[in-house]
Design a protein around this ligand. Structure first.
Ligand code: ARG
Length: 265
């Protein structure tokens, strides 16, 4: 009975809004139903689950693991909704956002001007950058400039792909996942992998990778942000508010420590 009453009120309200919009003389900016005050009950999240320790699958656990996964679940909870995470290819994430298949993307995604033309970003939540991984016996590659004339694997659609293409005389192989890149390196199909520093470090230190090493030089300084549909400033605000809250109440630090140890950046 109560539910029916609410329905009636909502119906009356939307009728009024529609009628009102109708009087506007076709300004054409009536906002969609997504701008309805409260956050969606389920927050549809897109991520490319191939990027430990940010997002990855652990066979022994049914939920996706990683820093981003914990963070977005905490953000959703803070907003009174629940994160429902979809695993998509990295280069399909922004299209999925544009097609409204997902509400947000969290995927170790670097905030940059190119992407800002198509999506909104939350405040930065992690400082990152790009480094190289080479075979352990590699002598001729120490610096990024040494990549001239070399074959380099990168994940398709990433800032690594973009940056490596700027170095003259590099043969770039764009593969679907960082794991594919590392496999190609071990198999001798490429001379180096360029990828995000924390992911390279995790690969070398935590997964017990052998025969490869990460080099210390950083090609870029980048910051990760949560991407949101270009027309959804309201959700952007909610995400930022939730993120701020998690910084204030210590939850962010807890999640950070869980995945990166006690040292804070
Ligand atoms: N930070 C890089 C970028 O934004 C790489 C991100 C890759 N993320 C992933 N889940 N595979 O382009």
């Amino acid at each position: 009975m109560k539910f029916k009453k609410i329905l009636a009120v909502v119906a009356a309200m939307s009728f009024a809004v529609a009628a009102f919009a109708g009087c506007g003389g076709g300004a054409g900016t009536s906002s969609s139903s997504s701008g309805s005050g409260s956050a969606p009950k389920t927050l549809k999240v897109g991520s490319s689950i191939d990027f430990a320790p940010f997002e990855f699958q652990d066979e022994s656990q049914k939920e996706y693991q990683g820093f981003d996964m914990d963070l977005i679940r905490a953000i959703a909870k803070e907003m009174g909704s629940e994160a429902e995470i979809q695993n998509l290819g990295f280069d399909g994430l922004i299209p999925a956002l544009q097609g409204k298949q997902v509400d947000v993307v969290i995927s170790g995604m670097t905030i940059n001007d190119d992407r800002k033309q198509n999506v909104l970003f939350s405040d930065p939540y992690y400082d990152s950058g790009l480094t190289m991984v080479v075979r352990e016996d590699e002598q001729s590659i120490q610096k990024f400039q040494d990549l001239k004339g070399k074959k380099v694997a990168v994940q398709i659609g990433t800032t690594s792909a973009e940056e490596v293409k700027k170095i003259e005389g590099v043969e770039v192989k764009e593969l679907n996942t960082p794991a594919d890149c590392f496999m190609e390196l071990k198999a001798g199909g490429v001379d180096a992998v360029v990828n995000d520093r924390p992911v390279n470090d995790y690969y070398i230190q935590k997964t017990g990778a052998t025969g490869v090493k990460a080099l210390p030089e950083k090609l870029t300084a980048e910051q990760y942000g949560i991407a949101i549909g270009k027309d959804n400033t309201e959700l952007q605000q909610k995400i930022n508010d939730a993120l701020k809250k998690l910084h204030e109440n210590g939850e962010y630090d807890k999640i950070f420590a869980k995945w990166f140890g006690e040292q804070k950046k």
